[in-house]
Design a protein. Structure first.
Length: 208
């Protein structure tokens, strides 16, 4: 299988309400390959691209990296090997000692992990030929910043998803957390306020 090296060119942070667009580009060429990804994966990829933003606790892909390094497993590369019915198929090439194994992964997860390991990303020539294009033009601005989240809307919902809430909290600034805490108390959303206070306490940055 002939491979072409790709780099993450950017993330479209306002592609759809619940989806984002990742642009992969040839490292030595002019083709680009758009991949639709979910919000959590977009955030995980954007956080890897922006070194200045560090979550207070490891996110899922960070945990994968920490776990792998603890047991001396490294990711050598990621390969996007196939495209079927609009779905990309990817693999992680992992090595432990002298043994290398491949692990099936969603492309968004594979890219997020590759960035954390500083591992190269490849696509087969057939995939790039099928999905690649030149000069992608969408009336949006490419950003390598984490997708913005309407935290007031999420934190004020009656039926929050705790995983989503925790991810949002970890990417908020201390100032935003204190604003959210005040906002939730005013709304008498005490259960949700507890989530926010836990995050503030973990940073040791509570404002009176």
């Amino acid at each position: 299988m002939e491979l072409v090296k790709l780099v993450v060119e950017g993330i479209y942070s306002e592609f759809q309400a619940s989806a984002f667009l990742m642009i992969l580009a040839e490292e030595s060429g002019d083709k680009q390959m758009p991949v639709v990804i979910g919000g959590f994966e977009a955030q995980a990829i954007a956080l890897s691209l922006e070194d200045k933003i560090k979550p207070s606790r490891p996110l899922s892909h960070d945990l994968f990296k920490n776990f792998s390094e603890t047991f001396e497993i490294k990711v050598n590369k990621v390969v996007i090997s196939d495209l079927r019915e609009g779905v990309f198929f990817s693999s992680l090439y992992c090595q432990q000692g002298e043994k290398e194994r491949t692990i099936d992964a969603r492309t968004s997860d594979a890219v997020a992990i590759a960035l954390r390991f500083k591992a190269p990303i490849f696509a087969s020539k057939s995939v790039l030929k099928a999905a690649g294009t030149k000069n992608i033009k969408i009336n949006l601005t490419i950003s390598d910043q984490p997708p913005k989240t309407d935290w007031k809307k999420i934190l004020s919902t009656d039926s929050p998803d705790s995983k989503e809430i925790k991810l949002v909290l970890q990417t908020m600034t201390s100032k935003e957390l204190n604003q959210a805490l005040k906002h939730l108390v005013e709304l008498e959303k005490y259960e949700m306020a507890a989530f926010v206070r836990d995050e503030i306490n973990s940073r040791g940055q509570i404002e009176s």
